[in-house]
Design a protein around this ligand. Structure first.
Ligand code: GLY
Length: 327
């Protein structure tokens, strides 16, 4: 396992080798950089919350196939969405306190287009419904029954997403907690950001939200600027953890704006966590942020220890331990 510091040391050597061996950079020079930021040998890259290396792998493979970071983040999100053992995302996600699996997701592309679904039931891949909202409607967000109707009209299949395992956990929770909403330290929401060979950034975020939440609760993940935000001129950010904190501080938008004003991705994610801990009772709660900038640098920070992320860059797919406010 490597820490973020080890990783930075290693990648600065790789970047320096580009200076010594200019041929290593040729491929990037030949691509067409945007006006604001030159392409670097740090892209393509894919980064995802938690140890979602299977997701970053799938995203990178898709990016190689289509050359498009939007396809990549969607393909990455599909992995936990379809995984019955991932109890915080899609199929297999823990239900709300009434036993219903309700899903939130959002997606953004390089042009600032955005799509989102909230409180969506019965659809295995909410991220793809969010993409359809972005591409096929004049709206940004569809919710609940309307989102389901739209998904079915688009050809998505209605499925039972409550696995036996999730049902059992819910039944045990009901006995112990007597229907009181509870907090939990970790959410395994997947936020995923990618930069493609053309140096274009996209992002996605998908979750089943707070386990055993009140029926109707929607978290930060489908809220553009809270759970995820991309500005292709600057960078992108995404969040995992207690969505109520992320929404109240509009974390992902804040991080991108901090980078616009000159902060590094690491400085920006740390400031976003500081905004939470200054105001709220954070001690038993977890929020983790990831950020990337247009140059392919990244940052990661969380309130509590234990936040990890997956980074696919320079041909390597690593799990990395994030730094945290509480050491
Ligand atoms: N971050 C996911 C949620 O709070 O729903």
């Amino acid at each position: 396992m490597i820490t973020r510091k080890d990783f930075i040391k290693k990648t600065s050597l790789i970047a320096a080798s580009g200076l010594l061996f200019p041929s290593l950079l040729r491929a990037n020079k030949e691509s067409k950089p945007t006006k604001r930021a030159p392409n670097t040998n740090k892209s393509p890259l894919v980064i995802a919350t938690w140890d979602n290396r299977k997701a970053t792998e799938a995203a990178m493979a898709k990016m190689k196939e289509t050359g498009n970071s939007l396809d990549a983040v969607e393909a990455g999100a599909w992995v936990p969405e379809a995984d019955p053992n991932d109890t915080s995302v899609g199929y297999g996600g823990f239900p709300d306190r009434d036993g219903m699996v309700t899903l939130d997701a959002c997606i953004m592309d390089k042009d600032g287009n955005a799509g989102s679904v909230t409180f969506l039931q019965h659809i295995m891949h909410p991220i793809s419904v969010a993409r359809k909202v972005m591409e096929k409607t004049p709206h940004v967000m569809l919710s609940g029954d309307g989102a389901l109707q739209f998904a079915l009209a688009q050809g998505f299949k209605k499925e039972n997403l409550l696995t036996d395992n999730a049902k059992k956990a819910w039944e045990e929770w009901k006995v112990k907690n007597n229907y009181t909403p509870i907090g939990e330290k970790n959410h395994d929401t997947i936020g995923i950001l990618a930069i493609d060979d053309k140096n274009n950034i996209s992002g996605a975020c998908t979750t089943s939200g707070w386990a055993f939440k009140m029926h109707g609760r929607v978290g930060d993940s489908p809220i553009i600027g809270a759970g995820m935000y991309v500005d292709n001129e600057i960078g992108g950010a995404c969040a995992t953890g207690l969505g109520e904190f992320v929404m109240k501080t509009l974390g992902s938008f804040l991080i991108v704006e901090l980078m616009r004003n000159g902060r590094t991705p690491q400085e920006a994610v740390e400031e976003a966590i500081h905004r939470i801990v200054k105001k709220y009772d954070y001690k038993n709660m977890q929020v983790g942020y990831l950020a990337i900038n247009k140059q392919g640098d990244h940052g990661a920070y969380s309130i509590n220890k234990g936040f990890t992320y997956a980074l696919h860059q320079n041909g390597e797919n690593n799990k990395i331990d994030s730094d945290s406010y509480i050491k």
